[in-house]
Write a protein of this length. Structure first.
Length: 210
């Protein structure tokens, strides 16, 4: 096997392990990851596993990076293809709900699971989780600001406040869809943000009616 072939095989093995790690962590948290279990789930030997990671913290950091990339590719990038302004802002919320509704991850949301796990534990993993969450919330604020600048949201809208509300309604879906309301949680979260945006938009026709 050539060096390039070995490198490609190693990269595929690493990606398979990280995919499994993010899925398991969405249910059990990052501390719940068992190195042996991950190796078996990804179909690699333990020796192959340790060729990629020598300690659990590095695996956790890489899992956070993988989850952030997955979120960007499956939620952020599709939504950003919507027209700029209030429609793009709503598209981000809808893309998030679609991600949850499709049950891409068995636990619903990687970051919802791990933020509670690491919020009181200083260190590199907590910092990276917090950084990813700040990036997401910052994106929503920027989209609100852009919609205000374009005149598609009222000029007195507070971007930080509205972004907080949109993010909170999306996050609530994780709890309610799995424990209480099932699919209704997705409907309620979509409608709540849509009605909020239509009330703040000088031209509500830019947005769906329901």
């Amino acid at each position: 096997m050539t060096q390039d072939g070995r490198r490609l095989r190693g990269s595929r093995s690493r990606e398979a392990i990280l995919q499994q790690a993010v899925g398991l962590a969405s249910v059990e948290g990052l501390d719940g990851l068992s190195l042996g279990r991950l190796a078996a789930a990804a179909g690699v030997s333990k020796s192959g596993f340790f060729a990629h990671w020598r300690d659990k913290e590095q695996l956790q950091l890489d899992a956070v990076e993988w989850a952030a990339r997955q979120w960007k590719e499956q939620v952020v990038e599709p939504a950003l293809r919507a027209p700029a302004g209030v429609r793009r802002l709503f598209a981000v919320h809808e893309a998030r709900l679609a991600f949850y509704g499709a049950r891409v991850l068995p636990g619903g949301c990687f970051f919802f699971a791990v933020q509670a796990e690491f919020d009181d534990r200083p260190g590199a993993v907590r910092d990276r989780v917090a950084g990813a969450m700040r990036e997401w919330q910052g994106l929503i604020r920027r989209l609100v600001t852009a919609a205000v600048t374009m005149g598609e949201l009222a000029g007195d809208v507070d971007p930080a406040q509205l972004a907080y509300e949109i993010d909170a309604l999306g996050e609530m879906v994780i709890i309610h869809s799995r424990l209480l309301d099932g699919a209704d949680a997705l409907v309620h979260a979509r409608r709540a943000v849509l009605q909020r945006l239509r009330a703040l938009c000088p031209d509500p026709a830019l947005l769906p009616e329901d």
